[in-house]
Design a protein around this ligand. Structure first.
Ligand SMILES: N[C@@H](CCC(=O)N[C@@H](CS)C(=O)NCC(=O)O)C(=O)O
Length: 260
């Protein structure tokens, strides 16, 4: 029987979104504590995560307010570690396949997301060069090649899909709103490239991910922002030509809160 569980998260963070998806899929009973990454509470690093990042989980110990974490709870971090932890806590949710081959395939897919798709997407956001756009499309194509003819990454929905969905979601919001280090218009160009027939299987996969109830339950706020370029986002693009990680986060975060 799982013990008390508090998730420290931030709505802008794709890594934290992964853990929200897993907990939602598992129908877990947990407390969610949203950390303002631009103004982190002073207790967060010393009491929860010395690396001062989300996501983190406090597991076990007495039921306490999230801003007063108990010394008795175990503090766990790193999204992929937390996904496996949630899968272990809730075996009946089948977040990983039981079959060893399918399980290995799920882990291979997760590795490809971590080593290919995420770095390529960060390149688009932070470098914004034509080479970075091409590398991102190549990475999407690589992921697409791993997909079976239909269904999710390893047929049934699993951690593999959870590992990628938050990044695809934020990529779509950023590209549709021209947020990134690239020239304005490049976001639309990348999205148009992804509409080409060579990405048909990927597009079906992306539609299936968005239709998943756990995705809808955890991505509503940002989804409302997915409406195409708005005055607010275009202003942000002009203000934030310095696309440092912090500024990108601010751009997306401000845009999301603008659209609430
Ligand atoms: N490798 C970590 C990455 C987590 C991460 O980078 N989180 C970011 C937000 S997306 C963070 O908390 N950064 C700290 C900050 O912005 O100060 C994981 O997979 O959990």
């Amino acid at each position: 029987m799982p013990e008390t569980l508090t998730l420290y998260t931030a709505r802008i963070c794709p890594y934290a979104h992964r853990v929200e998806l897993a907990l939602e899929e598992a129908k877990a009973d947990y407390t969610k504590c949203v950390i303002d990454l631009s103004n982190k509470p002073s207790w967060y690093a010393p009491k929860v995560n010395p690396a001062s990042k989300v996501p983190a989980i406090a597991y076990g110990g007495p039921q306490v307010p999230p801003d007063q974490p108990s010394l008795e709870s175990v503090k766990l971090t790193e999204s992929l570690v937390l996904l496996e932890f949630v899968a272990d806590l809730y075996p009946n949710a089948y977040l990983l396949p039981v079959d060893p081959v399918q399980k290995a395939r799920a882990r291979f897919f997760i590795d490809a997301v971590s080593t290919k798709l995420v770095p390529a997407w960060m390149g688009v956001l932070r470098k914004g060069t034509p080479e970075a756009s091409q590398a991102f499309l190549d990475a999407v194509e690589f992921i697409q090649r791993l997909l079976p003819a239909q269904g999710f990454a390893v047929d049934a929905f699993s951690l593999a899909d959870i590992s990628v969905a938050p990044f695809l979601a934020r990529a779509h919001v950023a590209l549709a709103n021209e947020i990134g280090a690239y020239e304005v218009g490049e976001g639309k160009r990348i999205l148009e490239a992804l509409q080409q027939s060579r990405f048909a299987r990927f597009q079906k996969y992306w539609a299936d991910l968005q239709a998943r109830l756990s995705f809808q339950a955890t991505f509503n706020e940002v989804r409302r922002g997915y409406v195409g370029p708005s005055q607010a986002s275009l202003t942000l693009v002009n203000v934030h030509r310095d696309m440092s990680p912090r500024n990108i986060g601010r751009s997306l975060a401000t845009f999301v809160s603008n659209s609430e």
